[in-house]
Every structure is written in structure tokens, then in C-alpha cells.
Unconditional design. Structure first.
Lengths: 156, 503, 322
């Protein structure tokens, strides 16, 4: 089995995960009460699991036609950004407050992915200015215009 | 021709001013991710307390019209559909923007919106009494089949792999069942407290479309790559008009589908764009170009979702039944002034009714003019590097999903679905069928349950769901759609195997 | 030992409570939010927006009230949120619907009960009515019951969901008349249930008085009976169920009002209980409510507390068999 290529292995893992979710959904639909409330979930989970197993079988046999998978380089590139985004969304928005967290995350992401040189002062000034403009627009739109109540900020 | 008498009323300074405010405000609100037309109109209701009935309705009607069209702006430039109505617009619109044709995409989307919208309002004016009966013809069994038809549309939307398209649709249908079920109140699949309220459709939309795009930009890394810059080339408006003229078929299909679907209470504008997109794809000789930045796709989707605006008000204005959530909000705007929709409205308050309807007609034109102006401005935003784009889209996604109902749970759901969707997309699954499943799931389920209860009390399941002309017609279309999908699947399989032989 | 700690904690709480009460002299200092557990445009949302529109006046609270919609599952989503996650600081109010949330808490599967909330005041009472399509052959409740007796379980009638006012009314009717009928709950509130009646998908329906009144004005339905103790001013010609010989009281009447989560400082509750009813009595509010066909029924905190207790008892009995 050493001839299994990396994309093919990835396809097996991905479709396997989908099939596992499908199996769980089907199991829950057929065991939970009240039965009336799970009538429709039973209907769709059955189709779900059949299609998922079909896809999984095709992936195992290497018949998958669409989807190019993920290269190691792409994964390495996105990892820091994804980490910042997840910390920002799942912790910082509530922990630090919406506007504080957005300012910090926005600035870090710009610094991580902006191709301009990190050594020049000019590019740093530019990043600070862009962050400030973005925040001002967000504040004007959501806080002033739409009156969205955000959780209290940590610093003010 | 009664409506002509009241055209003058639209152009009094106050009324016209309100129409302008509603149109411009609606475009801005519509372009904001997370703000659906329903919410935009609801936000404006308090302002109408101070106004007269006709004035208040002009403001609300203008806002309704232009938020639907404004949603195209973020759909095309940011790939965040502002509302379900704009999903289909992202498919070709954003691809056009990536190719540097953002201004062209915006222009044709606003022009198509205006043409569809004007047609829809004209239907409202001339055929209201006839259409009212039409709208009522759809009972639970028909709405169930209609939703199933939508599910088969899911399969053919993603013609690269019908199985994966249908599977994505199933995932969407399942996601829609999470939360309390509406009839029994039983808890289903709530494995995290954030899911207690079910998956909010707007938050899910933002996550499924915006987050994969952000991660894709991350994955490209820090390289200076000019090809990835979202550049917007200038495009003459006359060119956009000519483009519209070349695509009369997409225009016609979009407008008709939108008008018909807009009439049906409960299904409404949410799926008008997607169904029209799918239909014009099936009828187009260049169906392979759909999804690759083909103007026909944008035209079909946008003409459909504005064509649905006028007819969606027919059940409200004639039968006093709000056919869509937005119509329900408009009903509130009428009631505050002691006006009941129905015969009372047209007999006793024709000035209010016709001024309102006329203002929607003028509103479509104004919306088009301002929209084209916005498109012109977009051309001046020369280059947005992808690092900034990724951070902006992420920030907008977080604020937009939070603002839907001021809930952190929605933000978590948005992010989780988005990250999941990125990985699924890498393996050939696509977001559009998943979202369609999410939207159609509750409609299909509610009508299935309701229909089966009626059927059990009356003439039984089989005659209720399978009998009657409309049921049979819908079933035939469903079967034809499945057959078509199967044929497409076989055709691509042959194509691949031929390629394998060549290799 | 545990009791000692609990006692100490209670003492500490009451101390801080008293200390905080002094700090509430300036309440409210910032805008107040009111959660409505139904979607924008629905009857509850619409009325909530009207009755709170004068909150910013000097003689009312002096601060505006913003409406926040948390719709879903017949109100369960919003009330669950309110019971478990809302801050009990006096700046988070919610609209209640009786009998909905009490019936849901008796049925179970939710995280609230009547004890999770503190009522402030009641603004409206919307009785349920029985409607049939305008071209229906049935002209009185007797016709309906006769048909149901001849065709047990075959008379289909719609209503907005299970364990809401309409469902309670349906159960009461079946019990009082001793018949079996097919209650069809619809998704999408009273509007969807009304559409089913007008379109002839069902033979009749239970619906809100305000919506049914409008539909009757438009010539689409006939109203056969009111599920209340007395006739309604909007429909002086329509008899109550009791007048037609069926023992149905006002347990299904949809009472709407304002409440706060349990744990809100008593000083704030008292202040709200005093101000809010006068805010409802404002002439502009009454005018808008009347224009919209929404019956008002203002009750103070004490009256609401009694009404909640009475409903809980009736509903427990009625829902016991389900």
C-alpha cells in the first residue's frame, strides 16, 4: 500500500470524517426520543450516510475526481493566520472586547501577511494607519449607525 | 390605470426625499454583511412612527428594494452574500471581481436588478387580484415538493461531482435540524450550548462563504504576488447595457423565475436567485462557463432576486397574509397607522396603496442610478492587497455575525462552520449546496410534518402528497432534475475515463 | 456546615444587595435592552416596539428601550437565553407571553419556569378566536362541534405551534365539547396558521383576535367564537365560547408584558413596577395600539404575579394527560 499518494490519503481522511459524522447523525436520529421530532432527521440522515459511505469508498479506491487537497506549503502558510483568527474569535472578542481584539488581530494579521518589508518604518506606519481606519469604519457602522451592543471593552 | 393618478404624490419634496434616503440607506445597509433586508426594514420602523402612512411605507419600501440589490456589493467584492438572496450572485460575481471585472459585475448586477425589479412591481400593479389566488394555491404538500426540487437543484449546481454536491446538501439539511424542533420543542443535536438556538442562517452564510476565502488568502503566504491583487478595471456603463442586451435569455429566465417564486408564501426571495441561476445554467449553451466569472450567472441571479420583491407583497396587500418576514415587518408599518391590508387598503386608502407601489417603481430606478455610481467608485479603489483583504473580511465576518442577534454563539458557529467549509472545499465539496440545504431544510420539514398531520386526519398520505395537478407537475420536475443530474454524472465519468485512456 | 456557609453567603448577598440598592438611585443611567423571543414583525415584536416607544420621555424611564429579537422554537430560544445568560442588572428586560412560557416549562426540556423571572407589568391581552374561511358552511361553534362529533378526528384546524395559547384553546375546546379533532400546528406563527385557513388547507383554525379581526375586515374569514370570559370590544357581535355552551375560560388568552430575570435588585424591580404601567398608559401608546387592532390590558406587578400563579395551576391540570 505504499503507492497511496498524499492527496489520496487526505481524501480518505476527509471523506472518512464526513462519513463518521453521518454515522453519528444517523445513530442519534434513530435512537433519540421523541420519535416524532426525529422523523425528518431520520429521512435525511439515511441519505446522508449512504452518500458519505459511497464517497468514502471512492476515496479509498482512489476514484476521487474533484478536490486538489492541501499541500504542505499551503498548510504552513496558513497556520499562523488561522491560529490568530481562532484565538481572536473564540477568546479575544469576549476576553478583551470587540474593538480591542479586532484592532490587535487586524494588526497582527497585516504584519504576518503584508509583503512589505518589516525593516522599514514606513510599512509599519502604514499598517497602523490602515488598522485605525478599519476600526473607525467598523465603529461608525456598527456602534453608531446600527447601535449594536457589544460586550464591554477591557480598557475603556 | 388607477395607479397613474397617484404618480404625482411620489414627487412631493418630502416623499421624494424619503425615497432618496431609503434608497441610499438601503444600499449601505444591504452592502453590510450580516444585515438582511428584513433587519434593515425592522431597524427603520421606529422612524416611521413620526411619519404619515404613505411616507413611512415609501421609506420602508425603498429600503426593502435597495437592500436586496445592495447585498450584491459585498457578494461580488468580498464574496460575503449579505442575505440568502445574494448567494447565487457570489458564484459568478466574485469570480468576475477576481478577474478584475468587479466594476462590470456591479454594473450588470444593478442593471439586471432594476429590470427584474421593475417587472416585478408591474406585475404587482396589474395582476394583483389574479396573483393572489396563485399564491394561495401552494399548500403544505406543494411546498414540500418545491423544497425537494430545491434539493435536487443542489445536486446539479455542483456539476463537477453530483454525489458530493448532494452530500453537501445533506450536510446542510442536517445542520438545519440542529436546535429545538419547532413543532414538538424537542432538543436535537445540541452538542454545544452555542447551538441552543439552532444555526442562524445569516451567521452561517457569512461563515461558509467568508472564512474559507480568508484562509485561502492565508494559505498563499506572504509572497508578493501581483496576480492575487483584487484589481478593479474601469468599465463603461454602455458596455454593461450592451452585455445585458446580449444575455436576454438569462434576463428573461431570471425575471420570470424570480416573480413566480416571490409569490409563494414562505419560500420567497431566499431561493429565487439560486433557482434562477440553476435554470439559466441548464438552458444556456455556455453552461460550462458558469461559475468561472460568466456575466450570465450574475444577470440571472440579480434579476431574479429583485423581481421577487414586488410579487412577494401580493399576499400581504390583497389577503393580509405576510408571505415573507420582510412583508411581516411592512405589515407592522401599515398597522401603526390603522390601515389594514386587504380590500380596506385599496378601497379606503388608495392614496397610500398606490403611492407606496409607485414609489417602489421609482425606487428601482433610483437604486439603479446610485448603484451604478457605487460601481464607478469601486473602480477607483485601485488595488486592495490580499493581506488587507483577508483581515478586513475576517473583521467584517465577526462583526456581521455578531450583529444579527447580539450573540457570541452565532460568532462561534460562524467560525466553526467556516473552518470546516475550508477543508471540505479542498476536497471537492462546495458551499452553495450546503447553504441551500440549510435554507430549505426547515421549509421541507415543516411542510412535511404539517402535511402528514392533515393527511392522516383526512384522506391519507398517498392521495395528499401524490394527488392533484400541481403535486404531479412538481414531482415530474423533481424526477427530471434527478435524471438530468445522473446524466451529467455519467457524462463526466466517461470524460474522465477517456482522459485516463489517453494518459 | 454547608448550611452555615449558605447562610453566610445569603447574609453577604443581602448586604451587598442593600448596598447596591442605594447605588441604584440614578437608575437607569444608560439605554435599556428588551429581548423579544419572536421575530421582527410578529405581533409581540410589533406591540413591544409601540409600548416602549415613550420610554425615553422624562416622565417615563428617561432612557430609550432597544428591542432585541431572539426568535426560535416558539420562544424557547429567547427565554432560555434570558433565564440563563441575561445579566440581572435591570438593563436587560424581556417580553413574556402567557401561557406560552409556562406551558413550555410544564412540558419540560427548557431551562426556565415561572420562578426564573420577575414580572414588571402587563400591557396586552390577545384572546384566541375560532375562525373558518369566509365560504365555509359552518356558522357557529355548534356547527363545528356537530361536524367533529359526526367525523371524529377528521376536523382539521390550524394554530401557531404546540404549547402556545392556540394549542391551549384547542385542548380546552376538545375537552369542553367532548370531541376529538385534528389540531395542525404550523410553523411561522399566526400568519401561517391563518393562511392555511384562508387557502382551505384546513377546515378551521384558532388564531389571535387581532389578526383574525383584520382578516375578517378583509373579507377572508368568519369568526365563530372568542376563547375569553367576556366579549371583546373589537368584536362586540361575536359570542364567547361560554355563551355558546362550552365551558372554556380565559386560560388561553395571550397575555403580553415585561419581565426581568430573577436576581435583579429589588429596588430596580420596584422602580420599574411603578414606572412601566404609567408608561403603557400614555395616550400616544394607546392610540397606536388601538389603530393596530391590538387589545390593551394593563396590569401591575401584583396582578401579574397572581395571574402567573393561576395560569400555572390551570395549565398543569390541562397538560397532565399529554
Amino acid at each position: 500500500m505504499s503507492d497511496i499518494s498524499v492527496p489520496r490519503l487526505q481524501h480518505i481522511i476527509a471523506s472518512g470524517a464526513v462519513a463518521a459524522v453521518g454515522a453519528w447523525v444517523t445513530y442519534v436520529s434513530y435512537t433519540q426520543q421523541p420519535a416524532e421530532a426525529f422523523l425528518f432527521p431520520r429521512l435525511i440522515s439515511t441519505v446522508f450516510v449512504v452518500l458519505a459511505l459511497w464517497t468514502f469508498a471512492k476515496a479509498c479506491l482512489g476514484w476521487t475526481k474533484v478536490g486538489s487537497g492541501l499541500s504542505g506549503r499551503q498548510f504552513a502558510n496558513m497556520l499562523p493566520g488561522l491560529a490568530v483568527a481562532l484565538i481572536y474569535i473564540f477568546w479575544a472578542t469576549k476576553g478583551l472586547g470587540f474593538y480591542t481584539a479586532t484592532a490587535i488581530a487586524f494588526f497582527i494579521l497585516l504584519s504576518l501577511y503584508d509583503p512589505a518589508s518589516h525593516r522599514e518604518l514606513r510599512s509599519w506606519v502604514k499598517r497602523v494607519i490602515i488598522t485605525a481606519i478599519f476600526l473607525a469604519v467598523m465603529y461608525g457602522l456598527f456602534a453608531l449607525l446600527l447601535k449594536v451592543y457589544t460586550p464591554r471593552e477591557i480598557f475603556f | 390605470m388607477e395607479f397613474l393618478f397617484y404618480f404625482g404624490d411620489v414627487f412631493t419634496p418630502i416623499n421624494f426625499g424619503l425615497l432618496l434616503i431609503g434608497t441610499i440607506g438601503g444600499l449601505i445597509l444591504g452592502a453590510t454583511p450580516g444585515l438582511s433586508p428584513t433587519m434593515a426594514v425592522a431597524l427603520l420602523i421606529p422612524f416611521t412612527f413620526q411619519l404619515e402612512a404613505a411616507q413611512g411605507l415609501i421609506l420602508l419600501g425603498a429600503a426593502y428594494t435597495s437592500t436586496v440589490a445592495g447585498g450584491a456589493v459585498s457578494a461580488i467584492l468580498l464574496k460575503i452574500p449579505g442575505a440568502p438572496a445574494n448567494i447565487a450572485t457570489t458564484l459568478d460575481g466574485h469570480t468576475m471581481a477576481q478577474k478584475g471585472e468587479g466594476a462590470k459585475a456591479l454594473q450588470i448586477s444593478f442593471l439586471a436588478s432594476a429590470v427584474g425589479g421593475v417587472f416585478g412591481v408591474l406585475l404587482l400593479i396589474f395582476l394583483t387580484p389574479v396573483l393572489a389566488q396563485w399564491a394561495l394555491a401552494f399548500g403544505p404538500s406543494h411546498l414540500f415538493w418545491l423544497a425537494i426540487l430545491g434539493v435536487t437543484v443542489i445536486g446539479s449546481l455542483d456539476s463537477k461531482s453530483v454525489v458530493k454536491g448532494l452530500l453537501s446538501g445533506c450536510i446542510g439539511l442536517w445542520l438545519a435540524t440542529i436546535g429545538f424542533d419547532d413543532i414538538m420543542g424537542a432538543q436535537r443535536f445540541i452538542f454545544h450550548p452555542a447551538l441552543g438556538g439552532g444555526i442562524n442562517i445569516i451567521a452561517a452564510l457569512i461563515g461558509l462563504f467568508a472564512i474559507p476565502q480568508v484562509i485561502t488568502m492565508f494559505a498563499k503566504g506572504r509572497a508578493r504576488n501581483d496576480a492575487e491583487v483584487l484589481e478593479v478595471q474601469k468599465h463603461p456603463i454602455s458596455g454593461a447595457i450592451a452585455e445585458l442586451g446580449r444575455n436576454k435569455r438569462a434576463m428573461g429566465i431570471g425575471t420570470l423565475t424570480g416573480s413566480i417564486i416571490g409569490l409563494i408564501p414562505g419560500v420567497g426571495g431566499q431561493i429565487a436567485g439560486l433557482v434562477a441561476y440553476d435554470q439559466s445554467k441548464k438552458f444556456s449553451p455556455d453552461r460550462d462557463k458558469f461559475g468561472t466569472g460568466h456575466p450570465e450567472g450574475v444577470i440571472a441571479a440579480e434579476s431574479a432576486n429583485n423581481a421577487m420583491v414586488g410579487p412577494s407583497l401580493v399576499p400581504l396587500l390583497t389577503l393580509s397574509i405576510p408571505g415573507s418576514p420582510t412583508a411581516a415587518v411592512l405589515l407592522g408599518g401599515l398597522l401603526i397607522h390603522g390601515i389594514f391590508p386587504g380590500t380596506d387598503l385599496f378601497d379606503n386608502h388608495p392614496d397610500v396603496a398606490w403611492t407606496f407601489i409607485n414609489s417602489m417603481l421609482i425606487g428601482q430606478v433610483l437604486m439603479c442610478i446610485f448603484g451604478l455610481y457605487v460601481a464607478g467608485m469601486a473602480a477607483r479603489v485601485a488595488q486592495v492587497p490580499q493581506s488587507i483583504m483577508a483581515a478586513v473580511v475576517l473583521g467584517l465576518a465577526v462583526f456581521g455575525s455578531y450583529s444579527v442577534q447580539s450573540s457570541m454563539g452565532d460568532v462561534y458557529v460562524m467560525a466553526s462552520l467556516g473552518v470546516m467549509m475550508y477543508f471540505l472545499e479542498r476536497f471537492g465539496f462546495s458551499a452553495a449546496p450546503l447553504v441551500l440545504g440549510l435554507i430549505l431544510g426547515p421549509i421541507a420539514e415543516a411542510n412535511f410534518i404539517q402535511g402528514s398531520m392533515i393527511a392522516n386526519a383526512t384522506d391519507g398520505m398517498a392521495p395528499y402528497f401524490l394527488g392533484g395537478g400541481l403535486n404531479i407537475f412538481l414531482i415530474v420536475v423533481v424526477v427530471a432534475s434527478v435524471a438530468y443530474s445522473g446524466y451529467m454524472e455519467l457524462r463526466t465519468r466517461r470524460y474522465i475515463s477517456k482522459e485516463e485512456i489517453m494518459a | 456546615m454547608r448550611n452555615v456557609i449558605a447562610g453566610a453567603a445569603m447574609a453577604l448577598l443581602s448586604l451587598t444587595g442593600a448596598a447596591m440598592a442605594d447605588g441604584h438611585a440614578n437608575y437607569p443611567e444608560r439605554p435599556i435592552m428588551m429581548m423579544v423571543s419572536y421575530g421582527a414583525g410578529g405581533a409581540t415584536d410589533f406591540q413591544a416596539r409601540i409600548v416602549t416607544m415613550t420610554a425615553g420621555n422624562e416622565d417615563a424611564l428617561g432612557m430609550p428601550i432597544a428591542i432585541l429579537n431572539k426568535p426560535g422554537a416558539g420562544g424557547r430560544v429567547g427565554w432560555n437565553w434570558f433565564a440563563t445568560q441575561a445579566e440581572a442588572d435591570g438593563y436587560t428586560l424581556a417580553a413574556y407571553n402567557i401561557p406560552h412560557f409556562i406551558a413550555q416549562s410544564i412540558k419540560g426540556g427548557v431551562e426556565y419556569s415561572a420562578d426564573s423571572f420577575e414580572p414588571i407589568a402587563n400591557w396586552g391581552a390577545d384572546p384566541a378566536v375560532f375562525v373558518v374561511a369566509a365560504d365555509s358552511e359552518m356558522n357557529s361553534m355548534d356547527d363545528v362541534v356537530t361536524f367533529a362529533k359526526d367525523n371524529p378526528g377528521k376536523l382539521t384546524f390550524s394554530g401557531a405551534g404546540l404549547f402556545v395559547g392556540h394549542h391551549i384553546a384547542a385542548l380546552q375546546l376538545e375537552k369542553a365539547a367532548g370531541v376529538k379533532m385534528a389540531y395542525i400546528p404550523t410553523k411561522g406563527g399566526g400568519a401561517a396558521a391563518m393562511k392555511a385557513v384562508i387557502a382551505g388547507e384546513v377546515m378551521g383554525g384558532v388564531n389571535n383576535l387581532s389578526d383574525a379581526f383584520r382578516a375578517q375586515e378583509a373579507g377572508n374569514v368568519k369568526i365563530l367564537g372568542v376563547f375569553d370570559l367576556e366579549r371583546n370590544e373589537f368584536l362586540p357581535d361575536v359570542p364567547t365560547l361560554k355563551e355558546q355552551g362550552y365551558d372554556v375560560d380565559n386560560a388561553s388568552v395571550n397575555f403580553r408584558g415585561v419581565m426581568v430575570p430573577k436576581g435583579t435588585p429589588q429596588a430596580i424591580i420596584d422602580q420599574l413596577a411603578e414606572t412601566v404601567p404609567t408608561m403603557f398608559e400614555n395616550k400616544r401608546v394607546a392610540g397606536k395600539m388601538k389603530a393596530g387592532g391590538s387589545p390593551m390590558h394593563i396590569m401591575n406587578r401584583q396582578e401579574v404575579l397572581e395571574m402567573w400563579a393561576a395560569r400555572e395551576e390551570t395549565l398543569k391540570e390541562l397538560l397532565a394527560g399529554l
